[in-house]
Design a protein around this ligand. Structure first.
Ligand code: ZN
Ligand code: ZN
Length: 390
């Protein structure tokens, strides 16, 4: 069955390219995927399927296939693009200035449409119901997964699978790991408020630049002094803004950054230390601090049995065992984590790197592109997961 599936997916190649390139040329930002959702719905209707639109209040879409009742398997793709000006020069480059599919979500959507096509031709072979989830707003926390889950997309679902195109891995490979696979993400917004004045009379001021500088340095002690050697975390301060002139001590400095951890316990510990350090160091300088932690995503934890099913399906497609990679936990975040928290799930990376084709740029880079040979493999793998019995 597996090799037939891959052959059928390869026969769909021109259609997969057509979908992916259309989506690539017409990217939409998180929460604004109106045209993308209409395009997906039209493609599904053309297959004789009946998608449900606006699931979860945004542009989420689901469609059910196979027998009614019984435990269901769900396949999820995300649909949103990023606020980046594309610089690939591709003939199907973004036609929307400042917006680009620079993470591969166009490919995810095309591959799930491909799986829908493969599965609708095999409806009689489906042993259990299958739900396809086309999700908006992955790139922007609080994300599109949670509202779809709140709207009931996981009701009756016992497994969820998702793929992410991965530019760090050669095309033809796939990789994942059981257990924690992707990090929790928390966005930081910190204000250090002092007392401004003339730069020649610092004794009359509380200098927030000096205080904030000490804060940035002290925060690096969290990962080196508060985290066990067997655990890991990242604290990155990425913006440091304050001041207007060389002879003025400003009133305040604003810092932004991100925290990544691999467990809820570490996440809580890091955020607690972060508040203590920011507030304590600011106070030691006579300044005040405000720390706000924006809604991020929890760590994505893959279920071991779901991962095993995914690897079995991959082997069934004829993927050689040396092309199936055991990956380390990743620092990036994903709102697929919310599905995985509710239902045993597996999230799998699909290689799309190809030096010869120039597909070497990182995700979120203005020249990001994928080797489209990954598309049939991804579509076949998703379909295989729906068709497999466990
Ligand atoms: Zn991304
Ligand atoms: Zn992504």
């Amino acid at each position: 069955m597996g090799s037939d599936l891959l052959a059928d997916a390869r026969a769909l190649d021109a259609t997969l390219l057509h979908w992916r390139r259309h989506l690539h040329a017409h990217p939409e930002l998180s929460g604004h995927e109106a045209n993308t959702a209409s395009y997906v719905a039209a493609a599904l209707r053309e297959m004789g399927l009946e998608p449900r639109a606006r699931v979860g209040g945004m542009y989420g879409l689901t469609v059910d296939l196979g027998p009614a009742g019984g435990p269901c398997v769900a396949l999820r793709a995300d649909m949103d693009a990023l606020p980046i000006q594309e610089q690939t020069g591709l003939p199907y480059a973004s036609r929307t200035p400042g917006v680009m599919h620079a993470c591969g979500h166009d490919a995810h959507t095309a591959m799930l449409l491909g799986a829908a096509r493969l599965l609708s031709a095999r409806r009689g072979e489906l042993a259990r119901p299958v739900r396809l989830i086309f999700q908006p707003a992955e790139e922007q926390p609080p994300g599109g997964a949670k509202p779809m889950i709140d709207a009931g997309v996981l009701d009756g679902v016992e497994r969820v699978y998702g793929l992410h195109i991965w530019s760090e891995m050669p095309v033809g490979t796939l990789g994942t790991r059981a257990g924690v696979f992707m990090a929790s993400t928390d966005e930081l917004d910190i204000v250090i408020r002092g007392r401004g004045g003339h730069a020649a009379m610092p004794q009359q001021c509380v200098d927030p630049i000096v205080a904030a500088s000490q804060v940035v340095v002290a925060l690096q002690s969290i990962t080196s002094r508060s985290i066990a050697m067997t655990d890991s975390a990242v604290v990155s301060i990425t913006q440091f803004n304050g001041g207007t002139a060389s002879n003025i001590i400003p009133e305040e400095v604003r810092l932004a950054g991100t925290v990544r951890t691999l467990s809820e316990a570490t996440r809580a510990a890091v955020l607690r230390r972060l508040r203590e350090i920011v507030e304590g160091v600011a106070r030691a300088h006579g300044a005040e601090a405000r720390v706000e932690v924006g809604a991020g995503y929890p760590a994505l934890v893959n279920d071991a049995a779901a991962v095993e099913s995914a690897l079995r399906a991959a082997r069934g497609l004829g993927i050689a065992s040396e092309s199936i990679l055991q990956l380390a936990a990743q620092g990036g975040g994903e709102d697929f984590a919310y599905y995985a928290r509710r239902v045993p799930s597996a999230f799998v990376f699909l290689g799309a790197r190809n030096e010869a084709k120039g597909c070497v740029f990182a995700h979120h880079h203005p020249r990001f592109n994928i080797d489209e040979d990954a598309l049939p493999l991804g579509a076949a793998l998703l379909a295989a997961l729906a068709l497999s019995a466990a």
